[in-house]
Design a protein around this ligand. Sequence first.
Ligand code: NAP
Length: 258
Amino acid sequence: MDLGIKGKRAIVSAASKGLGFGCAEALAKAGVDLVICARTQETLDAAAEKLRVHGVDVTAVACDITTEAGQKQVLDAAGHVDILVTNAGGPPPGVWSDWNRDDFIKALDANMLTPIALMKACLPSMMEQGWGRVVNITSQSVKAPIAALGLSNAARTGLTGYVAGTARQVAGSGVTINNLLPGIHATDRAVSLDTGVSNAQGISMDQARKNREGTIPAGRYGEASEFGAACAFLCSTQAGFIVGQNLLLDGGATLATI
Ligand code: NAP
């Protein structure tokens, strides 16, 4: 399917690995020029090289996207933006009594206020040109909270509430905003969560993964490339009537009718 976005320009934040990279690669395959970022120069440069194979222009900005300085660096490097895909690392797991004000501020900065700041920067010119696409990478925990991820639950539901209203306010200008909600995908983040379970329960990493796969009706972890394909479709011209949605990609793990 031709997604109709060849030659458009996108920011994909936190994109040297995992789901962010999956989104960047799917957009690159659709002919979209990219500005990507991550904190580690080496892996970021390697990711940019892999993306350039698809014949698109890729600018790599090494920065922490959760800081104002990092956001400015990325926005300055991009200039004109047609497509914005927001992403950042997720907060650490724990229990309700672990987290203090600073932990919450950090989580809110990363997973709520950063995507909001990027949207506020990009939406005016998208609206003026009458076309734009925003996809925020959130989590299945928005629909079905995961107890150990209280920081993530809190920050991402805040973002979801903001998007629910904002998506309706900008849709009339040809700009869509939607959220993608990953369930368990085979990325470094999944390995780190499996490591936590393996240590806490005294079981092998293989067993920890098998146990988690057993909770997913599809019987496996998702792939970043599958996630990226869904993202690229939401960024396509054909997706212009999809507004303010929260799309779960979780292999059926969340048991809900809606
Ligand atoms: P990942 O494989 O660990 O990759 C994270 C990427 O983001 C890396 O490129 C990392 O590079 C970059 N990054 C992290 N923090 C950053 C920051 N402050 N500034 C700039 N770049 C940053 O993670 P993932 O699995 O793709 O997860 C992406 C998001 O989806 C996370 O918020 C995660 O919590 C959420 N999620 C993932 C899953 C899953 O199963 N994978 C499920 C639900 C939700 P550097 O470290 O070099 O900066």
